[in-house]
Write a new protein. Structure first.
Length: 131
């Protein structure tokens, strides 16, 4: 990867994503031996962001439609770079990991998170009425 070919923003974001994923991989042994509770808050944040990145990389592809049943998505390069940089910067730390799975752009992530939140509120209201 060369910054003069990709451009500084793309290069820096890609390297940041690689670094977070590598740090997550390095933490796997600690997690399996000691568990998440023994990690620092910084390490927990790294893990959360890495998992979001992994899920965000699961964009449904057009060529896989017949196998997944999910329509393919196309996301512009600029939007992808901006979205991944937002994950690295912590802009989406409050969103659940699952919101990043099998979506297109970051707007779909936000919509999925809102939808999941509304579902939880409805369930919570229903449970509250039962109790």
């Amino acid at each position: 990867m060369l910054s003069h070919i990709l451009g500084e923003e793309h290069y820096n974001t890609a390297r940041g994503v690689q670094k977070v994923l590598q740090n997550y991989k390095n933490l796997q042994d600690i997690i399996s031996i000691l568990g998440m509770d023994e990690l620092s808050e910084v390490d927990k944040l790294t893990i959360s962001r890495a998992r979001k990145i992994q899920r965000f990389l699961s964009q449904p592809f057009h060529v896989a439609e017949m196998f997944t049943g999910a329509p393919g998505k196309y996301v512009e390069l600029k939007e992808s770079i901006t979205s991944f940089q937002g994950v690295l910067d912590g802009k989406y730390d409050d969103l659940p990991e699952q919101s990043f799975y099998m979506v297109g752009g970051i707007e779909e992530v936000l919509a999925k998170a809102r939808q999941d939140c509304q579902g939880i509120r409805s369930l919570s209201t229903s449970l509250h009425r039962l109790c």
